[in-house]
Design a binder for this molecule. Structure first.
Ligand code: KIV
Ligand code: ZN
Length: 517
């Protein structure tokens, strides 16, 4: 029988997504993503893992204060300290606060990671859930590595945590191991064999290690799961998480084969916000979307072959299963120019999905004016790149004041850099094997850091030879050998300046991370 009930969307871009190497976002950037997730109509935002660091705690707390309609979840291991700290972090969300606690249940994890018996795991899960339920009304329990757990034991765990007060029970495919039929059977088995299953919502959480995250999520929904977890653009650990936009559009396009009534959109999402959300996440996380990515990639609705173009012109549905407008691909607006005033820039920023304070608009506008003097048109992607630079600078201590370099195919490339820290001006110069290398060395000398570049790229943010160059670096700092490489981004009409800004951004992020420890 087809149903009209809804699937809840649980977004973990700010937690599992942020665990992706190179994706770290500062507090300001996380708030920007959370606001856009709210506009998208996400039901539950997992805002972070409060016990992991003070930075994560602050982010969850401030998101819980800022977002007004979504439930706000924080992640916690199934131990008292984590759960209590999580409760404090989500408290500003009031009735919308959720504690999401997890404990592994599979034989591999029981034996090698936790060194606990089946009975001990159940006792620990029950104790954790009871504690969480005494602190908030809404408790989610995740049986980590559920898809590799014995089915009868998984059913016992699910029954016990529901009795203990879990309102949602998540069955994660933690290592992206399962297949659609197998996952369908797991959810179907739980639905049929857990006596109190109707007292909680069954949730699914898929990783994409063998490219099946979206297919597995849909199979689980077909079997009766009513919460689905994922991230925007599918970012996440290793090969990523299930992409929310893909699951949403599969449900919108084929409801009748997924167990829902035809013509009914079985969720609360506002699909027209999808592309904007994808852009905001890409910008804020620094992770570019692959061009051919379903729904949100640049090429997702581009038809290059003549036969396809002809078909589309005759009738769109010949080669398109989704109307691009339905996910927010719209007419591109006219680019801004140096004559555009602050109000026009502010209005465009709002259209692009950014909610900036007056000071932030002023900072973006100042850079916009400088860029406008150097290039004829400032495109939306140029503007978004400037926003990212401005939002990132609040984490920083060092600011770039001036940069001069000498380079050519002969002679020794040199760079002279002037930077500001707390109102004091510092200048130094360095030589390198090229102007970029010389700039990085001069920045190292002034900031007394020693970075090793592990990745570097430059791309144009828009069309035309006068486009902004956006540089992206990954830097490992010798003062913290255990720290993962830190990402930095910067943009300017000159790619050497963009590179210097990116490197300085990484230095500032590294300082902010070290300060939090
Ligand atoms: O992949 C996983 O199992 C998780 C849990 C914490 C839900 O991310
Ligand atoms: Zn996960």
């Amino acid at each position: 029988m087809k149903t009209t009930d809804k699937v809840l969307f649980f977004d973990t871009t700010l937690r599992d997504g942020e665990q992706c190497p190179g994706a770290s976002m500062n507090l300001r950037q996380k708030l920007e993503v959370a606001r856009q997730l709210e506009k998208l109509g996400i039901d539950v935002i997992e805002a972070g893992f409060p016990c992991i660091s003070d930075g994560d705690f602050d982010a969850v707390y401030q998101i819980a204060e800022t977002v007004k309609t979504c439930k706000i979840a924080g992640l916690a291991r199934c131990v008292e300290n984590d759960i209590r700290r999580c409760a404090e972090a989500v408290a500003p969300a009031g009735d919308r606060a959720r504690i999401h606690t997890f404990l592994a249940t599979s034989p591999l994890h029981r034996e090698f990671k936790l060194k606990k018996s089946k009975a001990e795991i159940i006792a620990m899960a029950v104790e954790g859930v009871k504690l969480a339920a005494s602190l908030v009304k809404d408790v989610e329990f995740s049986a980590e590595d559920a898809s590799r757990t014995e089915l009868d034991y998984l059913a016992e765990v699910v029954e016990a945590v529901i009795d203990a007060g879990a309102t949602t029970v998540n069955i994660p495919d933690t290592v992206g191991f399962t297949t659609p039929d197998e996952y369908y059977n797991i959810i179907d088995y739980l639905k049929k064999n857990v006596p109190n299953v109707d007292k909680a919502i069954l949730s699914v959480h898929c990783h994409n290690d063998i490219g099946l995250a979206c297919a597995n999520s849909l199979a689980a929904i077909r079997a009766g799961a009513r919460q689905v977890e994922g991230t925007i653009n599918g970012i996440g650990e290793r090969a990523g998480n299930a992409a929310i936009e893909e699951i949403a559009m599969a449900l919108a396009t084929r409801p009748e084969v997924l167990g829902f009534e035809k013509g009914v959109k079985p969720y609360n999402l506002i699909t027209q916000e999808i592309v904007k959300t994808s852009r905001v996440v890409a910008r804020m996380s620094g992770l570019q979307v692959q061009r051919s990515k379903a729904i949100v990639g640049e090429n997702a609705f581009a038809h290059s072959s003549g036969i396809h173009q002809h078909g589309i012109l005759a009738k769109r549905e010949t080669y398109e299963v989704i109307d691009p407008a339905e996910v927010g691909w719209g007419e591109t607006e006219l680019p801004l120019t140096k004559h555009s005033g602050r109000a026009a820039v502010k209005a465009r920023l709002e259209k692009l999905g950014y909610t900036l304070s007056n000071e932030e608009v002023v900072a973006v506008f100042e850079r916009f004016k400088k860029i406008g003097d150097r290039k004829k048109f400032v495109y939306d992607d140029d503007l978004a790149s400037l926003v990212n630079d401005s939002l990132d600078s609040d984490a920083g201590k060092w600011k770039l004041v001036n940069l001069q370099f000498f380079a050519g195919n002969q002679g020794q490339p040199t760079a002279t850099v002037t930077m500001d820290k707390d109102g004091r001006i510092y200048t130094d110069c360095a030589i390198g094997n090229g102007p970029v290398n010389a700039c990085f060395k001069a920045i190292d000398r002034i900031s007394k850091s020693k970075g090793t570049l592990t990745d570097y790229s430059v791309r144009a943010t828009s069309i035309g030879q006068d486009s902004l160059g956006e540089a992206s670096v990954m830097v490992k700092f010798s003062s913290c050998p255990d720290e993962k490489p830190v990402q930095g981004k910067g943009s300017a009409t000159d790619v050497i300046e963009a590179s210097a800004r990116a490197y300085l951004n990484a230095v500032n992020r590294h300082i902010a991370i070290s300060d939090q420890k």
